[in-house]
Design a protein around this ligand. Structure first.
Ligand code: NAP
Length: 273
């Protein structure tokens, strides 16, 4: 039997910026696991062949990031937890000889907001900005927390309407006009413009007292959305670094059956190395 470390990787395009190898190496050190965890840049047309070869050659698990989460979903023989409802997979592994997939983004977001930030989600009025893969991926986990209601706004209105149809009964799509006069307890920015300094067309009147503003993006500096939220008087404003670490911890748990302690890892990433 080989003593080679179990092999994992994150696959995406682009991938250079990914912090996943660092996070998983910290988890491995903490739990005494012998693993290798790489970064794989793959072109759009090569994703399926890459995943197939990775597992055929004994790979233990893959994390999947933009733009492959829906493709990963389509490849799976079996789906775990929320993955079926979210239509996207960020964690791949072999189970009884078949390819299994999970989506840990939603539970990662919920654990960061509910547990790390101590901001309960139950009975809250939630506004989601954006209707891309990230927002679709987190909706089932948010639904499980029983918020009072969820509303989505998206630059391309039809995408928001489509998402609301897919989550009929728990999500409503709204235009900016329809949002006038509305208030929310939790506003989640799931648009990808933050890193380029694009602020979605937000309105300070949306912030209910003590409102939590959460940007799924993470960056060394405060994002435009978080600056807006702080200046507009949000009770709490957080980037998505905690979500990143929490979703990684859930993947690690699925793969290795051990749940790492995320607090020190978030702290380590916050303060740099
Ligand atoms: P995506 O599928 O490409 O969707 C992008 C979304 O952003 C769409 O709703 C798009 O609207 C909107 N958008 C882009 N530029 C905009 C602008 N200038 N103004 C307003 N809306 C704009 O991307 P995604 O996979 O959903 O990812 C979204 C973000 O979440 C990314 O920045 C990603 O890094 C982050 N994320 C973080 C984590 C974490 O662990 N922290 C996990 C997953 C994702 P249209 O439909 O109109 O194009």
């Amino acid at each position: 039997m080989s003593n080679a470390p179990a092999r994992y990787a994150v696959v995406g395009n682009p991938i250079g910026h990914s912090k996943s190898p660092l996070i998983h190496s910290l988890f491995a050190r903490q739990t005494g696991a012998e693993i290798s965890y790489g970064k794989e840049l793959v072109s759009e047309q090569d994703f399926a062949a890459f995943a197939e070869t990775f597992f055929r050659n004994g790979g233990a698990g893959l994390n999947v990031t933009v733009p492959f989460k829906q493709r990963a979903f389509a490849l799976c023989d079996r789906l775990r937890g929320n993955a079926a409802r979210s239509g996207a997979v960020n964690t791949l592994y072999q189970s009884d000889g078949s390819l299994a997939g999970a989506n840990t983004d939603g539970i990662g977001l919920v654990r960061d907001i509910r547990d790390n930030l101590a901001y309960g989600i139950r009975d809250r009025r939630i506004l989601l900005l954006g209707a891309g893969g990230a927002v679709r991926g987190i909706l089932p986990a948010l639904e499980n927390e029983s918020p009072a209601r969820m509303t989505v706004w998206n630059r391309t209105a039809e995408r928001a309407a489509e998402l609301a149809r897919a989550f009929d009964g728990s999500l409503a799509a709204a235009s900016l006009e329809a949002l006038r006069g509305e208030q929310f307890d939790l506003i989640i920015n799931g648009t990808s413009g933050s890193l380029q300094g694009h602020l979605p067309p937000v309105d300070a009147a949306w912030l209910a007292p003590g409102c939590c503003a959460y940007d799924m993006v993470y960056a060394d500096e405060e994002t435009v959305f978080l600056r807006w939220a702080r200046e507009a008087g949000a009770g709490l404003a957080s980037d998505g670094l905690g979500m990143l670490v929490e979703q990684a911890a859930e993947s690690f748990h699925i793969w290795r059956g051990v749940r790492p302690d995320t607090g020190p890892v978030i702290q380590r990433l916050r303060t740099g190395l």
